[in-house]
Design a protein around this ligand. Structure first.
Ligand code: PMP
Length: 360
């Protein structure tokens, strides 16, 4: 049988591995930071009605400019943004890929602060962009000084700042974002995939957009909005940035069904976000209980918790899996990551971990 190595794959992709979070059917899946709550049934019915209308028109290509969706997203974000500032694609992964296609590529570089979202180096590989992983401060925090110094030293074409950061959960201050923007000559993307889980009143990088034409803020409907299966990520930036992204997007990249589903969901954003408070409570429960069990949870403003003090992460991962619970082993020394689930799922994880502990 022909294997990958026998094919004339691009030399710079040889030996690389694809994104690989395990996909296992288990009773309690807390491994990819999904919102484990179903969307409200009343909202689902309204979405289906919109889909029924949209499907009657699928003989035609969808609105290539997805104007209704961009207006709805602008309305959701506020901050004086209009449709001209908004862009969207099939998940924020695709948004980030388009950013690299437009602003990165061969001979250009992307800087991020490790450990960070594992797709960043993969997206860099796929677009022929050089990945630069710079270190963080103690406890995975990132001060304005550390961040700006790395940007000055490496002079990247693009910086990705993940706020709060995946997989550590640690928030990023507005001061750090400002400092990076000042230090950078190129594009600065703040990936706010988990922003809605931050404490109320936490300022978003959206508040920095005015007058900063190289600043891009990406968001997703996959997390707080409980819409991961639909694949809708988006970005707010100066209108010229969306002009640049039009150069690389595929025509009609957002299907009529995706657009209709997202617009309908955004009509119900309050109901869609209703579970965020409960998820934050479960996250805080996890932090407290992990501390009681002798682990070392890192500061989290997202819907997941990275915790250290795990003697053998792989063994604990497997022992939890045997008990029907899937968490994430990211190969960070002595650490595992768990997403906050429903109250019952969170309880199942905490009880199973206590049980694993008592066996050790
Ligand atoms: N950014 C971060 C930090 C993420 O953790 C994820 C998903 N795990 C994404 C972007 C991509 O999400 P999506 O493509 O579903 O919008």
């Amino acid at each position: 049988m022909t294997s990958l190595d026998d094919l004339p794959v691009r030399a710079d992709l040889r030996g690389k591995s694809p994104y690989g979070a395990p996909q296992k059917v288990v009773p309690v899946a807390l491994n990819v930071n999904e919102n484990t709550h179903q969307i409200p049934e009343a909202v689902a019915r309204d979405i289906v009605q919109s889909l029924a209308v949209a499907v009657l028109g699928v003989n035609r290509y969808p609105d290539r400019e997805f104007l209704d969706l961009r207006s709805s997203l602008a309305g959701y974000l506020g901050h004086g943004l209009t449709a001209d500032n908004l862009w969207a694609a099939n998940g924020s992964n695709e948004v980030l890929q388009q950013v690299l296609q437009a602003f990165g590529g061969p001979g250009r570089s992307l800087l991020g602060f490790d450990p960070t979202y594992s797709m960043y180096p993969l997206l860099a590989d796929g677009t022929g962009t050089r990945w630069i992983g710079a270190p963080r401060d103690e406890d995975f925090e990132l001060s304005p000084e550390t961040a700006a110094a790395a940007v000055k030293r490496h002079d990247p074409d693009i910086v990705f700042l993940c706020s709060p950061n995946n997989p550590t959960g640690t928030p990023l201050s507005i001061e750090t974002i400002e400092a990076v923007y000042e230090a950078a000559r190129g594009i600065v993307v703040v990936d706010e995939a988990y922003a809605e889980f931050a404490p109320d009143g936490t300022p978003s990088a959206l508040s920095l957009l005015a007058g900063r034409d190289r600043l891009l803020v990406s968001r997703t409907m996959s997390k707080a909005f409980a819409f991961a299966g639909v694949r809708l990520g988006y970005l707010a930036a100066a209108p010229a940035v969306t002009d640049a992204l039009r150069l690389v997007r595929l025509p009609y990249h957002l299907s009529a069904l995706t657009q209709a589903a997202a617009v309908a969901a955004l009509r119900h954003s309050d109901e869609m976000l209703a579970m965020v408070d409960d998820i934050r409570r479960q996250r805080d429960r996890i932090v407290t209980r992990l501390g009681e069990l002798g682990y070392r949870p890192y500061r989290s403003e997202s819907n997941f918790v990275l915790f250290g003090g795990v003697r053998d992460p792989h063994a604990v991962f497997e022992a939890l899996l045997e008990r029907g619970i899937l968490v994430r082993d990211l190969a960070i020394d002595g650490c595992l990551r768990v997403s906050a689930g429903t109250e019952a799922e969170t309880t199942a994880f905490l009880d199973a971990l206590a049980d694993v502990d008592s066996m050790a």
